[in-house]
Design a protein. Structure first.
Lengths: 167, 175
C-alpha cells in the first residue's frame, strides 16, 4: 500500500481470519474463502480516520431555499468530479471533501455566481479533469468525432451490402 | 486480400482487449495535481489555528523569502508520518507554514505537542476553502512557494526520506 493519502482502507486481517474458522474445508477451498473474506473486508471496511471530527459544512447536505438556485447547483454538482472518490460526482459522494465542495458551490450560487463561472474556477485549480463535461480540444475531439466517423463507416458498409442484395 | 480483410474485426477486438487489459494491470495516475503551478498563490487570509503561532495569509507568502506551505490536519495519519521530515527541513532553515484543514484548536494543539511543531505560522482552514482554492485534493500536501508568492512545486502525500532531495531542490530553485 502506498503511503500518502488519507484514503487508506482498514487492514483486511479480521476478514482473512474468519475464513480459517471453518475447519472442515479442504485447503484449496479454505484459501479461496480466506481470499474472498479478505476481499469483502477490504471492500466494505470504512476508511480509517479519513475524515475530520468537525461536522459537515452547513450547505453540504442542505438545499438552498430558492428552488431555481438549488436546481442550478444540483446540475453543476452532478458534473463535478469528486477528488477523493474518483469516478463519482460530488453530488453522489459521501466523502467529506465532496460535502465541502457542495457547500462551496451552493454558497457561490446563492451569491448569484453563474454555474459556468464556478466550473471555470474549479477547472482553473484542478484542470479539466474535475469536470465531467470536457471542453472540445485537440485531445478530446475524438469523443465527438469518432461516433460520427463510425456512423459514416457503418452507412458505407450497409450501402455496399444492400447494393449486392439488389443485384 | 479478401481473406485477410476477414480477420480485421477479430484483430480490432484483440487490440481493444489489449487496451482494456493494459488499463487494468497498470491503472492510470490517480494523483490530482494542482493546475496552479507557476501561478501566484490565490488571495486568502486564515485565522491562527494554534495558540502561540500567527495565522496565515497570501500576503505572508510574498515577503521575498520562499516558503514550504504544508497542508495538513491532526486527523490525517500520513501527516504524522511526515513529521520527522518536516522537522529536519525546518532544522535546515527551510521556513514552513501550515494550513490546518478542518481542525479544532484542541486537536491541533495535541497533534503539535505529540509530533512536533515545525511551523512558523498555522492558518485554520476550517471549511476547506483555502485548500480548494490552492487546487489541493487531499492531506498532506506540500507546496513550494517562492518569495514573490508564485507556486513552484507541489508534493502530494507524506514527505518521506526519499522525497527530501526533491523538496530541497525545489526550495533551492525557488530562492
Amino acid at each position: 500500500m502506498r503511503l500518502g493519502r488519507t484514503r487508506l482502507r482498514a487492514p483486511a486481517k479480521a476478514g482473512a481470519q474468519s475464513g480459517r474458522s471453518t475447519g472442515l474445508l479442504h485447503s484449496q477451498e479454505h484459501n479461496w474463502l480466506a481470499v474472498l473474506a479478505a476481499f469483502l473486508a477490504a471492500v466494505t471496511a470504512a476508511p480509517a480516520l479519513a475524515d475530520s471530527s468537525l461536522p459537515p459544512a452547513a450547505l453540504a447536505n442542505t438545499q438552498l431555499p430558492d428552488p431555481r438556485q438549488e436546481r442550478q447547483a444540483k446540475a453543476l454538482m452532478e458534473e463535478i468530479r469528486c477528488l477523493v472518490c474518483q469516478g463519482q460526482s460530488i453530488a453522489d459522494s459521501d466523502a467529506e471533501m465532496a460535502g465541502d465542495m457542495r457547500a462551496l458551490i451552493r454558497s457561490r450560487i446563492q451569491r448569484g455566481e453563474s454555474p459556468e463561472a464556478i466550473r471555470a474556477w474549479l477547472i482553473q485549480r484542478y484542470g479539466n479533469w474535475v469536470s465531467y463535461d470536457p471542453p472540445l480540444e485537440p485531445v478530446t475531439w475524438p469523443l465527438w468525432g469518432l461516433p460520427i466517423l463510425l456512423i459514416l463507416a457503418g452507412l458505407w458498409l450497409a450501402r455496399g451490402r444492400f447494393k449486392r442484395r439488389a443485384r | 486480400m479478401k481473406r485477410l480483410i476477414l480477420w480485421v474485426p477479430l484483430g480490432l477486438f484483440v487490440a481493444f482487449l489489449a487496451v482494456v487489459a493494459a488499463g487494468l494491470y497498470a491503472p492510470a495516475e490517480r494523483e490530482i495535481h494542482s493546475a496552479l503551478i507557476g501561478q501566484p498563490v490565490p488571495e486568502f487570509s486564515l485565522a491562527a489555528g494554534a495558540a502561540g503561532k500567527p495565522g496565515l495569509s497570501s500576503a505572508d507568502l510574498r515577503q521575498g523569502r520562499p516558503h514550504l506551505v504544508n497542508v495538513f490536519a491532526s486527523w490525517c495519519l500520513p501527516c504524522r508520518v511526515e513529521a520527522p521530515q518536516l522537522a529536519a527541513l525546518s532544522a535546515r532553515g527551510v521556513p514552513i507554514v501550515g494550513i490546518a484543514v478542518r481542525d479544532r484548536p484542541e486537536d491541533l494543539a495535541r497533534f503539535l505537542a505529540s509530533y512536533g511543531n515545525p511551523f512558523q505560522a498555522i492558518g485554520s482552514d476550517s471549511d476547506r476553502r483555502v485548500q480548494i482554492e490552492l487546487g489541493s485534493a487531499g492531506v498532506p500536501e506540500t507546496f513550494v512557494v517562492d518569495g514573490q508568492g508564485i507556486i513552484r512545486h507541489q508534493h502530494i502525500g507524506a514527505i518521506t526520506d526519499g522525497d527530501m532531495a526533491a523538496i530541497l531542490a525545489a526550495y533551492e530553485a525557488a530562492r
